[in-house]
Design a protein around this ligand. Structure first.
Ligand SMILES: Cc1ncc(COP(=O)(O)O)c(C=O)c1O
Length: 389
């Protein structure tokens, strides 16, 4: 394999990146290093901190294996591994914004990101402003002399608007602002933020990388310009992750390509079928040709994952709850990216701009690895229950 393996197919790279089996007696998988203390051979090396590993919070062979694998996928200069997807949002924000800075956040952002900005960042003196996911190059008009970061998430949480990341990044870079992107939906397999002009790519590795609804983890990958500051912020905050969880995510990465391909196929089949079902007003899935953002998605993304929303044709919370309560296979629970299908009611009450109008209540579906016909039958149960109200 070439040094960075970049000319190889994605599943080959997922199978082999991160650790070198020859570094550990030929065992295929890396050791799970449980560590706080690292011993130094003498006082001089202790004073110089010259050895590769210095203390457990700053990295271990286990975290390095995952970080290097993610770097190979993202094309990043470095990756930090943090305890949750939410930490993967808050740590870079805390690292790069200061009191008096202006922070632009897409209005359709994952709700806990908004909550963090509106509470902790505002308390610390950061000026927070939300912008339209369709702003594109128009972001230039919102950027002020003190704008430090433009935070993006594409497609949007729950409503799946696609942002024009290259246009936003161009305007931000011209003004000296950093672009961060929550790229959890696409994973680096289907979208590479740094190749599209972003500086920092954020992932809830809890979702597709972990893939089994049993681990919380986040990764943050930076380009050369931002890496040193990101790593220093990470070390300063001590937000390291437990080695067993890190290992589980590295394990998940090996199969992420084949799992994602299955999620993609099933989700697209169900989304397309749903468009013709009675009781459905719209399906919010950017890889459907009928979706207003289809052209943008096709221009920038090379795949779609397994989560989208459906808008019911009229009704309100009673219809939404009837749909959800009739489901037998879809579980009612937060998160996504695991092997099992999930459904949640969508709440847009926190939005200032990207809030519709929609014809009826929204339900977000995570399409798992089950058989499509069984999932369709379950959804029909939901639609019939909503229509019966
Ligand atoms: C887009 C997005 N970013 C970040 C997160 C946070 O991930 P975690 O649940 O690991 O904190 C989520 C979780 O649902 C998410 O949907």
């Amino acid at each position: 394999m070439a040094k960075d393996g970049s000319e190889m197919g994605i599943n080959t790279r997922l199978a082999h990146s991160g650790n070198n089996p020859r570094d550990y007696f030929g065992f295929v998988n890396p050791p799970v290093v449980h560590a706080s203390t690292v011993l130094y051979p003498d006082a001089a090396s202790m004073a110089a901190r010259s050895q590769k590993y210095t203390y457990g919070t700053r990295g271990t062979p286990t975290t390095d294996a995952l970080a290097l694998a993610v770097d190979a996928l993202e094309g990043s200069a470095g990756t930090i591994v943090v305890p949750s997807g939410l930490a993967a949002v808050t740590i870079p924000l805390l690292t790069f914004v200061s009191a008096g800075d202006h922070l632009l956040i897409v209005d359709s952002v994952y709700h806990p990101t908004r909550n963090f900005a509106d509470t902790m960042l505002k308390r610390l003196g950061v000026e927070v402003e939300y912008y339209d996911p369709y702003v594109g190059a128009g972001i230039a008009a919102l950027i002020k002399p003190n704008t430090k970061v433009v935070f993006t998430e594409s497609p949007a949480s729950n409503t799946f608007e696609v942002q024009d990341i290259p246009a936003i990044a161009k305007a931000a870079r011209a003004a000296g602002a950093i672009v961060m992107m929550d790229n959890t939906w696409a994973t680096p397999l289907y979208f590479k933020p740094l190749d599209h002009g972003a500086d920092i790519s954020i992932h809830a590795a809890t979702k597709y990388p972990a893939g089994h609804s049993d681990v919380l983890l986040g990764t943050v990958s930076a380009n050369e310009a931002c890496w040193k500051q990101l790593y220093e912020g990470f070390c300063t905050m001590g937000c390291c992750s437990g080695p067993d969880d890190v290992y589980q995510v590295l394990r998940g990465l090996r199969t992420m390509g084949v799992r994602l391909a299955h999620h993609q196929k099933s989700a697209l089949e169900i989304a397309g079928w749903l468009e013709g079902q009675p009781g459905v007003a719209r399906v919010l899935h950017p890889a459907l040709p009928s979706h207003p953002d289809y052209a943008l998605w096709k221009r920038d993304f090379c795949g779609s994952s397994g989560i989208f929303s459906v808008v019911l044709n009229g009704g309100g919370q009673r219809q939404q709850h009837a749909f959800l309560d009739a489901l037998k296979i879809f579980g009612l629970g937060y998160s996504w990216g695991g092997y099992e299908s999930l459904a949640v009611p969508v709440f847009l009450g926190d939005r200032k701009i990207a809030k519709g109008p929609y014809d009826g209540p929204l339900i977000r579906l995570q399409i798992g690895l089950e058989d499509v016909e069984d999932l369709k039958a379950d959804i029909v149960r939901g639609l019939e229950a909503a229509a019966a109200i």
